[in-house]
Design a binder for this molecule. Structure first.
Ligand code: CMC
Length: 437
């Protein structure tokens, strides 16, 4: 960490001695005030629920400038990665810090590809679920269960274990997501076919049946690959922080990633793509474009409990750069499928236009996020709404692993242990049951 010349001084109005706090500079982005000695020196904690002003770690992986609407993976703008690289190149970049050269890419693709199959026993584990189980319930279980199938890669402190579990997770997530889907629709599982690209293989495992050949459509494969790239990492979001906190106890990588899957499920995080599409379909049922005004009125009414899903972000106070790329992909996919008149896309674009001009959204800097358009793309490809978040989890797995491995390799790493402001009862004595009110 690079110390800044500037120091912060914390003083107290009750006459307690003031304290000097070091400040560190990052490569870009806000400086941080080092408060690690605050409790030892003053007996006070900081209070920051939701981590609005807290850098929980140092990281070299992803940078977001929320005001500019900029997202960089290892310094590279997301727009350049989404246009010039494929998902496995992006995985290599996130894991190892640099884009691969042709030889490195070839070796990495081979390595990942040779781990795409899952232990055959996994099928029987899957059978324990109800057929109508939500795919994220299934994925939380399956990813956690990987630690029971791959005992030889569960020591988080062993670099070889970390390396092979990273490859296994990246390689097996598409297989598991496709299995969760096939199980739900009652079709036979399709084994990976290793002469296909990562994304084409996923499409085939999802949509092929043993009865006929499946030809992946290049535009749709590229769209899925782009969805994976755009969701691959996003700095210290809720699920990534969950993975770091879970992994900080020394638990195995599969268990830590399963914790990330569970966190991602929530509608304020990865579940927003599902919620956004459900919302668009609801508005369409209400009467579509005609009813947008009425719907926006409900969104603005705090008592309605209705939010414009796919809008707003804790960090972006400008257009989410991923949403721009996703909107572009959305048009490409609908063109390729001859669905340019898709009423849900029309509705989304109209809703976006109206929201971007509305004082409520302008004042709060609420812009579309990646989930606003990704659901429309996935639905057009034929992916059921309930699977959207599982696909997000598939893509985010590499980010979770890169962040987890970075944490374990950080000499300053400690088990995560937040403190609290306690507001409960002060110490009191237990009364015999007969004397209790
Ligand atoms: N619709 C209507 N009002 C909103 C919305 C929305 N989507 N998002 C925020 N607001 C309002 C909120 O009510 C508050 O208003 P006020 O100041 O009058 O109380 C103000 O904007 C600030 O919102 P906040 O809830 O304090 O902001 P936050 O940073 O805690 O929440 C968020 C961020 C993403 C949880 C929130 O914007 C949201 O719930 N959006 C909808 C869900 C969504 O699309 N999530 C996907 C995030 S991107 C994918 C990912 O990275 O996981």
């Amino acid at each position: 960490m690079i110390p800044s010349d500037v120091k912060a001084t914390l003083s107290f109005s009750d006459g307690s001695p003031s304290m000097e706090l070091p400040i560190y500079k990052g490569t870009i982005g806000p400086d941080v005030v080092d408060i690690r000695k605050l409790y030892a020196q003053t007996g006070r904690f900081t209070y920051d629920p939701g981590f609005l002003s807290t850098a929980a770690c140092q990281s070299n992986i992803t940078y977001i400038d929320g005001d500019k609407g900029e997202l960089l993976y290892r310094g590279y703008p997301i727009e350049q990665l989404a246009t010039n690289c494929d998902f496995l190149e992006t995985c290599y970049l996130l894991l190892y810090g640099e884009l691969p050269n042709p030889q490195q890419k070839g070796d990495f693709v081979k390595l990942v590809t040779r781990h795409t199959m899952v232990n055959e026993q996994m099928q029987f584990f899957l059978r324990g679920f109800r057929r109508d189980a939500h795919p994220m319930a299934v994925m939380t279980g399956l990813v956690g269960a990987l630690s029971a199938f791959y005992h030889d890669s569960t020591d988080i402190n062993n670099p070889q274990h970390r390396e092979i579990s990273a490859i296994r997770l990246i390689a097996k997530m598409p297989t598991l997501v496709a299995m969760a889907y096939k199980y739900g629709v009652g079709q036979p599982y399709i084994y990976p076919k290793n002469d296909l690209s990562y994304s084409a293989n996923f499409m085939r495992m999802m949509f092929a049946t043993p009865c006929e050949e499946y030809e992946p459509n290049d535009v749709l494969v590229r769209a899925i690959d782009r969805i994976f790239i755009l969701h691959a990492d996003h700095e210290q979001n809720a699920s990534t922080s969950t993975v770091r906190l879970c992994g900080s106890s020394g638990t195995n990588p599969f268990a830590a990633i399963a914790a990330g899957v569970a966190c991602l499920w929530g509608p304020a995080h990865g579940g927003a793509n599902e919620a956004a599409l459900n919302m668009l379909e609801d508005v369409q049922r209400m009467g579509g474009v005609e009813k947008i005004g009425e719907f926006i009125k409900q969104v603005k009414d705090k008592n309605s409990g209705i939010k414009l899903m796919g809008f707003g972000h804790r960090v972006y106070k400008n257009y989410d750069p991923r949403a721009k790329l996703m909107r572009e992909t959305c048009h490409e996919v609908l063109d390729a499928l001859g669905k340019t008149n898709d009423p849900i896309l029309k509705l989304a674009m109209e809703l976006e236009k109206i929201a971007l001009e509305d004082e409520y959204f302008v004042a709060r800097k609420l812009y579309p996020n990646v989930d606003f358009y990704s659901g429309i793309v996935q639905r057009a490809i034929g992916i059921p709404v309930s699977l959207f978040t599982a696909i997000f989890a598939l893509a985010r797995t590499v980010g979770w692993i890169a962040q987890l491995n970075e944490m374990i390799g950080d000499p300053e790493y400690k088990i995560g242990r937040p403190r609290q402001l306690y507001n409960g009862a002060a110490k009191r004595d237990v009364k015999p049951i007969g004397q209790r009110a």
